[in-house]
Design a protein. Structure first.
Length: 402
């Protein structure tokens, strides 16, 4: 097992951490560019394996493989159907278990009974596009991205867009992206009308760094408690829902300030713990592992809810968090859809085994504990799914492999 340790030597006062481009924005821009503005240049695309898989599938659409990327798989199936591509898609073992049937049904494609799955036949305009968001908001984002194209330029289409549902900031982000490509939008109740209009299209777009990845930089800043970390390109006011973590980390003792070219996060002087916190993270589920580990590391009590859909992620993240909290000796429980992390007076172990479950966010979330103990990680490669250079950043900050 790889052993992650922290070298207690002199640290820099400040560190400039280059985050990858937003994975969520990258996938939406890639699909929108293909449909509405093929000549538009996309800069700072995510370097993640998920994004590379989507790009490769679009380049060679007849047969595409998605090892563990649910978003690129779901978006590609919708894109292929909109463009009437005949394509056979396959998926890795965990991805085969993750939900997708509601999207396929909404698109009007033949039911998925097994992988490999073949997409064929054109999808036609319809009076109202509808899809369930109970399992994933990505289904609705996929529909939003393709529906105006299917109806054609100048022809309005209608999509049912509920007022509230889990991960809604991600579909709001999709609408912001579509707006840049000339898709007019009008919401009346829960009916959203989209119209692909003739407009001057962007020639290039620069994609903001990834706020979901930024959560792990906040964790390292929290654990080191002495280093200012600069995050170039990141904006306080962002389309990305995970930008809401700023307020939560502020309560944990990490301040966020603007710089000339991005943000700086810094430990607060003389920070005092606050009473038991309660967080509803239904609108930013990707940040749950990082935030849960931040509270556990600080030994501050918290109740986290709105996390039921974490069972559908790269791992069952609720079980993954509880498994590793138990290994670390952190008091916790999960009941009635709420994850409770409790303060404890028990001494931290000098050495703990961390099972990553091949889940990038679980792997990165627990890394901060290496500041106080040796971590034996079951694997390290999963971070390439979203933050390929994560370990390089840690190495610059005195983390190392033993």
């Amino acid at each position: 097992m790889p052993q992650l340790v922290f070298q207690h030597t002199e640290l820099p006062d400040s560190y400039r951490w280059i985050l990858p481009g937003s994975k969520s924005l990258s996938h939406r821009y890639i699909v929108a560019q293909k449909l509405y503005a093929p000549d538009c240049q996309l800069n700072n695309l995510s370097s993640s394996t998920d994004t590379q898989a989507l790009l490769q599938a679009i380049e060679q659409p007849h047969r595409a493989h998605f090892e563990d990327g649910a978003t690129p798989l779901r978006f590609f199936i919708a894109l292929a159907a909109a463009l009437s591509w005949k394509s056979t898609v396959d998926a890795g073992s965990r991805l085969r278990q993750r939900p997708i049937q509601d999207l396929i049904h909404s698109l009007g494609l033949s039911p998925l009974t097994q992988f490999p799955y073949t997409i064929e036949g054109a999808i036609a305009p319809r009076s109202l596009w509808e899809v369930s968001t109970s399992e994933s908001s990505q289904y609705l984002s996929a529909i939003l991205l393709i529906a105006p194209f299917v109806h054609g330029q100048g022809n309005p289409c209608q999509v049912r867009y509920p007022a509230e549902f889990p991960s809604k900031p991600y579909t709001d982000m999709t609408l912001r992206v579509l707006e840049e490509f000339g898709i007019q939008q009008q919401l009346n109740g829960d009916i959203l009308t989209l119209t692909w209009t003739k407009t001057k299209l962007p020639t290039q777009i620069s994609i903001e760094p990834d706020w979901s990845s930024a959560a792990f930089a906040y964790n390292i800043c929290l654990a080191l408690n002495s280093v200012n970390i600069e995050l170039p390109g990141l904006r306080k006011q962002s389309w990305q829902g995970d930008s809401q973590i700023q307020g939560i980390y502020d309560a944990l003792g990490i301040a966020t300030s603007e710089t000339q070219d991005g943000l700086k996060i810094s430990p607060k002087n003389n920070h005092r713990s606050r009473p038991h916190a309660s967080l509803n993270l239904s609108q930013m589920p990707d940040s749950v592992p990082a935030l849960a580990c931040a509270y556990a590391f600080k030994n501050e009590s918290v109740c986290i809810e709105g996390i039921e859909n974490l069972v559908f992620k790269e791992s069952n993240r609720i079980e993954a968090l509880m498994h590793n909290f138990a290994a670390l000796g952190i008091e916790h429980r999960y009941e009635n859809g709420q994850l409770w992390i409790e303060q404890s007076q028990a001494a931290r172990k000098p050495n703990s085994n961390i099972e990553t479950f091949q889940d990038h966010r679980i792997t990165m979330a627990f890394a901060l504990f290496a500041v106080t103990q040796t971590l034996n990680l079951s694997e390290t490669q999963s971070v390439s799914k979203s933050f390929p250079h994560f370990w390089a950043g840690l190495k610059d900050l005195n983390f190392d492999w033993k």
